[in-house]
Design a protein around this ligand. Sequence first.
Ligand SMILES: Nc1c(N[C@@H]2O[C@H](COP(=O)(O)O)[C@@H](O)[C@H]2O)[nH]c(=O)[nH]c1=O
Length: 144
Amino acid sequence: MSDDVHYMRRAIALARTKVGLTGENPSVGCVLVKDGQVIAEAATGEGGRPHAEEQALAMAGAAAAGSTAFVTLEPCAARSGGTASCSERLVQAGVARVVIASEDASVFAAGHGAKRLQNAGIDVTTGLLADEAAPLYVSYRPAK
Ligand SMILES: Nc1c(N[C@@H]2O[C@H](COP(=O)(O)O)[C@@H](O)[C@H]2O)[nH]c(=O)[nH]c1=O
């Protein structure tokens, strides 16, 4: 098993713990890895907030710089409450690489999250274990 697959499976397992508990928001898992170590990890909070990435980045603090983020869903590009999106937070934190399982068709993401990361020079891979992540999102109805 490649390291990428290993860490994405861990992110999927985290997200699974919150399926059905996050309201209209999807349950997302985020694992931050640096130098072969998991430095922080989180799943979306109950009720749908805080988002997985914002929790993991807060836990990692300055250590997030240069890390790889494994996320089960494309990081959001905007927040319904107007606070900083997860893609902005990942850029701000200096994350070097983001590996995504599933795309998010929501109006709050829809490719714009991945694009923002790429525009900031972050190495982005989408679709890793998308088939294993898909069951997390069978009941999720992306905002239009
Ligand atoms: N739960 C979740 C995401 N959820 C996505 O972010 C959108 C805006 O969420 P909100 O501002 O909370 O209403 C929501 O409609 C959904 O598309 N995104 C993420 O990066 N990470 C997360 O953990």
